[in-house]
Design a protein around this ligand. Structure first.
Ligand SMILES: Nc1ncnc2c1ncn2[C@@H]1O[C@H](COP(=O)(O)OP(=O)(O)O)[C@@H](O)[C@H]1O
Ligand SMILES: [Mg+2]
Length: 273
């Protein structure tokens, strides 16, 4: 980045020299990453490298302490914002809401979660004036529209949240929530366990449907296979709390061929010098 014409140069989402710890253990050791509108970034790396930690820190999980560095969204420091504010301003984290709420239907849960955020956004946009709040009827219309876009069955909305949900259905719920919130920057942590082919397809179809020229995405995944369905513009490899290599989709293919060990050897060489 160069020049003093900041407005032109300001990235949409920028992580700079981020250090974070949990229970006094430093996990993130200087992460740098820029995501702009319309870009899909994949963050890969071996288990325990700090990928999920990064997602939690972006979400504002209070268990993690940021000791150095910054995360900026459109030039503003998001570390000053509560998790709610982050959602309101257009960040989406797949796991920012509780995952098990007995006796609450999918539709009711989404109505509460989504109308809160959207109403707060409307109030902000109205700048203290009369904000147009979303009515239950408008919400139902919006939900039908998004479910059609994502080719989801209407019956899904009446299911109880996470009660007997398969891996694929949990992912479907997350993707629907994301569609309803219309984020500008989405972070999806593809947990490494229990991802069947159904869940993989839900995530990839959702991401492909919801990505667009205004939206930035960060897909966190341990496995290369998700990238058989989604073509990222950039691939980053995280090891030991840092991004050690960035490139295009070819980096993911190299990873598939050589595994993390091949990259680890290269990383060890470069960090020893
Ligand atoms: N409460 C904790 N105290 C100390 N270390 C932790 C704690 N929670 C997680 N870690 C460590 O943080 C590291 C990064 O974990 P994580 O971000 O989940 O990695 P990834 O998502 O890449 O598999 C791991 O080595 C893990 O053992
Ligand atoms: Mg993880």
């Amino acid at each position: 980045m160069s020049g003093s014409n900041g407005a032109v140069d300001t990235p949409m989402f920028e992580i700079e020299n981020l250090h974070a710890e949990i229970d006094g253990n430093e996990i993130l050791k200087g992460v740098n990453l820029v995501v702009n509108e319309g870009e899909i970034h994949a963050l890969m790396g071996p288990n325990g490298s700090g990928k999920s930690t990064l997602a939690y820190v972006i979400a504002g999980d209070p268990r993690y302490e940021v000791t150095e560095g910054s995360i900026r969204f459109r030039g503003e420091d998001i570390l000053e914002w509560t998790p709610d504010e982050r959602a309101r301003k257009g960040l989406f984290l797949a796991f920012q809401y509780p995952t098990v709420i007995p006796g609450v239907s999918m539709a009711n849960f989404l109505r509460m979660a989504v109308t809160n955020v959207r109403n707060a956004r409307a109030e902000e946009a109205a700048n203290g004036g009369e904000a147009q709040k979303m009515t239950p009827r408008e919400f139902r219309r919006l939900m039908r529209e998004k479910m059609a876009l994502l080719k989801m069955d209407d019956a899904f909305a009446t299911r109880y949240l996470n009660e007997g949900f398969s891996g694929g259905e949990k992912k479907r719920a997350e993707i629907l929530q994301m569609a309803l919130l219309e984020p500008k920057m989405a972070v999806l942590d593809e947990t490494d366990s229990g991802l069947d082919i159904d869940a993989l397809k839900v995530v990839s179809e959702g991401v492909n449907n919801l990505s667009g020229p205004d939206v930035g995405m960060l897909l966190i995944t341990h496995y290369q296979r998700l990238l058989n369905f989604i073509k990222p513009d950039f691939v980053h490899i995280m090891m030991e709390g840092r991004i050690v290599e960035s490139g295009g989709p070819e980096l993911a293919h190299e990873l598939e061929a050589k595994g993390y060990e091949g990259l680890r050897a290269r990383f060890a060489e470069s960090s020893a010098s």
